[in-house]
Design a protein around this ligand. Structure first.
Ligand code: ADP
Ligand code: ZN
Ligand code: ZN
Length: 748
């Protein structure tokens, strides 16, 4: 038998991770030692025993085998923050792939010298009444940015400078001009970098509704009884979910425990932060991508030292090292941004469950349109589900008109606006109410459909759309199937079979042709290159600076616009045509959210959904705001086709400098998977789809191939990944690299 060697680290910090020491694995530990375990090793010249962590095991000795020392033994399983972080990193590596170093870099904050940094904040100098009257004056003079800043200062007499220039979208010149006018002053402080540093105001709280209270009571009872549960709160926007989260957090703080609140970055608005701040004051902190590594590190230190009880932030806030975590909240649980796009490609939901298991904490997921995964688990009884049915802010669900674009074409309307949408837009412009036009471009990858009958060109093997490639070929990005692009629709013979090309800019131009006086704002990848511009466009629209906001999926989230009474979805099918199995789900979520944007205020709203497939279940159920109806049909499709959550799917992504090399490696690895023998449990084998070129076959001169492995058991895919990693260890490809993506959110 060949000797085994283990890489051991003794210092658990982001910077020292690459400093490993190799030890021989003694006979007695061969079968027990695993990556992630804590071991005792003889260290240095004196061979004093030290604690270390095993981060890799292999057969190659990197040094002189005769001088390599043996591991002394396995250490007691500890409960220190370090031990917990190592355990978590090992979980991530095992379940999502990559190396232990990559996993550790994900969970540990980068250490930065803790310098005394200058910190600026804005303080209001006038009293509340005077500030309100100045705000009114500015708004009458159409000094919108000034008005916005003053309004924020009315609510909150002290605001961090970065919030003003970032979240509120106010220029520094505006701040200066108000400072000269004596309305405020900019103060610099040094010291602990707490990004949330506001005066806590008296808050008026209302009692929870009966439904809200029931959720809080149930979760607390189970927690106190030692049951560590996962809960799904299913409730539309405005049904009181956030209020439930905050009450649960209070309960946890009373029990001496801490809480992590995950929110998609895009929904982390000033208003959301303010609500938590008003409730928890200095005990809450925020973690987001605009923080510097130093600030992030400080947040972690403060959490470790017990200076804060609550952290709010996107995905990475999950790794805040609280000593006694009691609760993890994951709002908008269905959001795609909860999945990491770089290795390790972990999903925050599954990882949150593991963090909770390690700490004995409860997990609360919230959504208006739960992911198929979460609802499926709830149906299986793994998660307990609670519903909040009523909107507490008033407002009624909008009236929805579904327009068949095929009929529009037949009746001679070739405009991108249906007649119904034109009529309603004219009506809103006349009444001075606002509208939103939504172009559903998510996951759009050149699919082909018929304008006359709605027929979509699909792969005969995978039931996903084919994508158009240069040279007139249609390709399936799951299995590699291809066929020539047809001249005429195979279903009705029409020659109007083509891709949809309009972008937001063209929509804006066409809208101005119809309504020359219309004031528009546009929001898409081009107009929001910086974070601030995103906030600025939303604030401008919210201040009534435009009649119509035109945008991609970005506009359907976050802010509430009470004056919006019309939402138009220009081509609902665009995301239906996306070439992956989640396209129905994504379309349903986007349409439901888009439709829900109309009529948030006192005025009733209407929505127009334009589509070539008015009978598609994602469209009909979104129009009816019927989640369960959608779920029933969608889960049937997933079960029949063996897609998650009914089964699991592993994407093996091959990147290479040379096309042939990458293609051959993809072929070789997929053959390795096909040849994995039955493990004797009587389980059926995994199925392999592909390899195929990726949707975008080449980026920055790197060629991309992918194949998929499917099986009902997640563990079988983990095993497949392990076999492939061993194979790559052996063959050490020179020009290629391989990444794993479990239950992928997007087709590569
Ligand atoms: P969600 O998180 O589901 O969108 P929120 O918790 O933000 O819902 O609640 C929506 C609105 O209703 C908020 O303005 C909130 O202050 C208010 N609200 C929540 N719970 C109650 C309650 N029990 N009584 C009165 N108003 C409430
Ligand atoms: Zn047709
Ligand atoms: Zn296919």
């Amino acid at each position: 038998m060949r000797d085994l060697y283990a890489d051991i680290i003794v210092d658990i910090s982001h910077e020292k991770l690459d400093k490993t020491f190799q030890y021989r694995v003694p006979e007695k530990l061969r079968d027990t030692l695993e990556v992630g375990m804590c071991v005792m090793i003889p260290f240095g010249n004196g061979n004093t025993l030290r604690k270390g962590y095993c981060i890799a095991i292999g057969e190659t000795c990197k040094f002189d085998p005769t001088r390599t020392k043996d591991i002394a033994g396995i250490a007691e399983k500890g409960v220190s923050v370090e031990d917990q972080m190592i355990a978590l990193a090992a979980f991530i590596r095992r379940n999502f792939g990559g190396t232990m170093i990559q996993a550790l870099k994900t969970v540990l904050p980068a250490k930065q010298s803790v310098r005394q940094l200058e910190h600026k904040r804005i303080e209001r100098l006038l009293d509340k009444e005077a500030t309100i009257s100045l705000q009114g004056e500015c708004e009458r003079k159409h000094q919108v940015a000034k008005g916005r800043l003053l309004r924020a200062l009315v609510e909150q007499p002290e605001i961090p400078y970065e919030w003003v220039t970032g979240k509120l979208g106010v220029a520094s010149s505006t701040v200066k001009s108000l400072e000269r006018a004596g309305a405020l002053r900019v103060v610099s402080t040094t010291g602990y970098r707490n990004p949330v540093k506001l005066a806590q105001e008296e808050e008026q709280r209302f009692p929870l509704s009966r439904e809200q209270q029931k959720i809080v009571t149930n979760i607390c009872q189970e927690f106190d009884a030692g049951k560590i549960g996962t809960y799904l709160i299913y409730g539309i926007t405005g049904s009181g979910k956030t209020e439930v989260y905050m009450q649960l957090i209070s309960e946890m703080i009373e029990r001496g425990r801490q809480a992590i609140v995950l929110i998609p970055e895009i929904a982390l608005t000033y208003q959301t932060l303010l609500r938590f701040y008003k409730r928890f004051g200095d005990r809450v902190s925020v973690m987001n991508s605009t923080l510097s590594p130093g600030e992030k590190y400080d947040q972690c230190e403060r959490a470790k030292n017990g200076e804060i009880d609550v952290i709010i932030g996107p995905r990475s806030a999950l790794f805040t090292p609280f000593p006694k975590l009691g609760l993890i909240v994951m709002d908008e649980e269905h959001e795609g941004s909860y999945k990491s796009e770089s290795t390790p490609k972990y999903h925050a939901r599954e990882t949150a469950l593991e963090v909770a298991r390690i700490h004995g904490a409860s997990v609360v997921l919230g959504s208006a349109t739960p992911s198929l995964e979460a609802y499926y688990r709830a149906r299986l009884g793994e998660y307990r589900i609670f519903s909040l049915k009523e909107r507490l802010t008033g407002g009624t669900l909008p009236k929805v008109h579904t327009v068949d674009l095929r009929a529009e074409l037949k009746e001679g309307n070739r405009s991108i606006f249906s007649r119904k949408l034109q009529e309603l837009l004219a009506d809103r412009l006349a009444k001075g109410q606002q509208s939103m036009l939504f172009l559903n471009r998510r996951g759009y990858a050149g699919f082909i459909s018929c304008r006359a009958c709605g027929h979509v060109m699909k792969c005969p093997h995978c039931d996903v759309s084919l994508s158009e490639h240069r040279g007139g070929k249609l390709i399936c990005h799951y299995c590699g199937y291809e066929e020539p692009k047809p001249e005429r629709c195979p279903s009705c013979g029409s020659k109007y079979i083509m891709g949809f090309k309009a972008g937001t800019q063209q929509i804006e131009e066409k809208l101005k042709e119809l309504f020359p006086a219309v004031r528009t704002l546009r929001m898409d990848g081009d107009t929001t290159r910086t974070k601030d511009s995103y906030e600025q466009i939303l604030s401008a629209f919210s201040n009534g600076e435009a009649d119509v906001l035109i945008g991609t999926q970005m506009i359907v989230k976050g802010h509430d616009f009470p004056n919006v009474t019309l939402v138009g979805v220009l081509a609902a099918d665009l995301s239906l045509g996306a070439n992956d199995y989640r396209s129905g789900e994504r379309t349903f979520q986007l349409l439901t959210q888009a439709v829900g944007r109309a009529g948030r205020g006192k005025l009733p709203g209407e929505a127009v959904i334009q589509t070539y497939q008015p009978e598609h279940y994602a469209v009909t159920h979104a129009a009816g705001q019927d989640y369960e109806g959608f779920y029933e049909e969608e889960i049937l499709y997933r079960e029949l086709s063996g897609y998650p959550p009914a089964a699991h799917m592993l994407a093996v992504q091959i990147y290479g400098k040379y096309e042939d090399g990458a293609k051959q490696l993809a072929k070789k690895l997929s053959d390795v998977v096909k040849s994995i023998e039955d493990d004797g449990t009587g389980d059926d084998r995994v199925s392999v789809i592909g390899p195929a070129p990726a949707t975008i076959g080449k980026i920055n001169d790197i060629f991309r191939f992918v194949f998929y492995v499917k099986h009902r058991e997640y563990g079988r895919l983990v095993h497949t990944k392990d076999v492939l990693e061993e194979e790559l260890q052996r063959s050490q490809p020179k020009w290629e690299s391989v990444q794993f993506d479990f239950d992928p959110m997007n087709t590569m």
